[in-house]
Design a protein around this ligand. Structure first.
Ligand code: EPZ
Length: 420
């Protein structure tokens, strides 16, 4: 298995172009199932997760042409040949569950392997199933599979106990072809939900209110093909902002939507980092700044994103002063603490909180990426660690960061990807 080898190499300096959003492109790819006309998606990031979603779509009968050179995907699904997402693919990626809503709406059934829990908690899909059941699906859960059937889908009023991103997306996609109106309350408000709604409306759907906690979907008879460029990845944006801060660098991020990263901008400014938002892009400068600690509490959007918690923890380990991080979205998203402590951080878990001592000088170590964002945090720590940092299980990281090594190297980082 390949590894990253890193040495500290001073402040990151220069420009970086942010890629299209992983968490926007995956549901939009799944939504292509809702029509038998061609869909063209642009600004597609070259990621493992996108490859897996392409395989999943092919496994249900889609013709998928992917050209990462120009970042475009063409998906044509003339006929759904199978309503089943194969186990080996579902195990690779939780987002496979985003096929449930579209398959149910288009074919009246789906069969999907129970999603593997992953390093960040059990991650059930009860809210997805409750919503699809409310629309008329009969759902059967066996040992390893979930199967659903529906003669027809009928609009309903649905309240989500938690503003689940995936459940909001699945219900929105299924309700687009249901008879009548669906009102989804306590819906997730993430920018990726808005991007999916924009794509669905380009296909002829009638989705209103995406981006707020109440979404109204008026079902239509059928949807047609559409062309859509996905939004920039706000978590990749946040990760490079923290990379500039942790190395006390000066980096201009291009192709960003600063509105989508407001909590990250606010927190970095609270830590003493300069963030300048201009037409050129988002400039993050910490070249001669004495950085100070700030507390973090993760919340559903528009709160501080859980997907930035581990990266920010790496930064807080190096700034002066103690800080407290509270992870409220996932019940077990502290796997990176042990690895960061091996690099000299001083972080301890107290209940749902992590207490970071701060002011530590990090040193290189052999560490393991336990999940996508934990791995990103280890790379950020490696940028500031004395000696060599060796990161294993980097396939987690390459699921969600396009050309991560190339982009960091261009900014001056000393990082090498070595095949075992
Ligand atoms: C999406 O996952 C993202 N993935 C995650 O990003 C992100 O961390 C998460 O939203 C929260 O923002 C994609 O968009 C592909 P949820 P999702 O349903 O939809 C509980 C990354 O790093 N829950 O909002 O799976 C669940 O256990 C990934 O890019 C239920 O209890 O997240 C969790 O505690 C990691 N029942 C919380 O809600 C359900 O039916 C949030 O989950 C569904 C979720």
């Amino acid at each position: 298995m390949a590894k990253y080898f890193m040495e500290m190499n001073g402040p990151l300096l220069g420009e970086v172009e942010i890629s299209g959003s992983k968490n926007a492109v995956l549901p939009i790819m799944a939504a292509a199932i809702l029509t038998d006309e061609k869909c063209e998606i642009l600004e597609v990031p070259e990621l493992r997760d996108v490859d897996v979603m392409c395989q999943l779509l092919r496994s249900v009968g889609a013709e998928v042409k992917c050209d990462y050179e120009i970042g475009s995907l063409e998906i044509i699904i003339k006929e759904i040949l199978a309503e089943e997402a194969p186990l080996e693919l579902v195990k690779k990626m939780r987002a496979s569950n985003l096929l449930m809503g579209p398959l149910l709406a288009k074919t009246g059934r789906f069969k999907i392997a129970l999603p593997g829990g992953c390093a960040i908690g059990a991650r059930p899909i009860d809210l997805h199933l409750k919503g699809l059941h409310a629309l008329g699906a009969n759902i059967k859960i066996s040992e390893n599979y979930i199967e659903a059937q529906a003669e027809r889908l009928v609009g309903a009023k649905i309240y989500l106990d938690f503003p689940s991103v995936g459940a909001t997306e699945n219900i929105m996609m299924a309700a687009s072809l249901a008879e009548g109106v669906t009102i989804l309350e306590n819906a997730a408000e993430e920018p990726e939900i808005v991007d999916l709604a924009n794509f669905l409306n380009k296909m002829g759907a009638k989705v209103k209110g995406a981006g707020t906690d109440t979404i109204k979907i008026e079902g239509v008879k059928s949807l047609h093909g559409a062309k859509h460029g996905v939004i920039p990845d706000r978590i990749e944006t946040g990760t490079f902002m923290v990379a500039a801060a942790i190395t006390r660098g000066d980096v201009l991020l291009k192709n960003v939507v600063s509105d989508h990263v407001k909590p990250i901008i606010a927190k970095l400014i609270e830590c003493g980092v300069e963030v300048i938002d201009s037409d050129e892009g988002l400039r993050v400068r910490a070249t001669n700044n004495e950085l100070i600690a700030a507390d973090i509490k993760t919340l559903p959007y528009p709160g501080f994103p859980t997907d930035m918690q581990s990266q920010f923890m790496a930064l807080l380990a190096t700034v002066n002063g103690p800080s407290v991080i509270i992870e409220t979205v996932f019940e077990n998203r502290y796997m990176h603490i042990e690895e960061l402590n091996r690099m000299g951080a001083q972080i301890k878990i107290e209940g749902r909180s992590a207490v970071v001592s701060g002011g530590q000088k990090l040193h290189g170590a052999q560490v393991i990426a336990t999940d996508l964002r934990a791995g990103a945090a280890l790379v950020l720590a490696g940028l500031m660690a004395e000696g060599t940092t060796e990161i294993a299980e980097i396939y987690h990281i390459e699921r969600g960061y396009a050309d991560f090594v190339g982009k960091l190297t261009k900014l001056g980082a000393n990082i090498r990807r070595v095949k075992a």
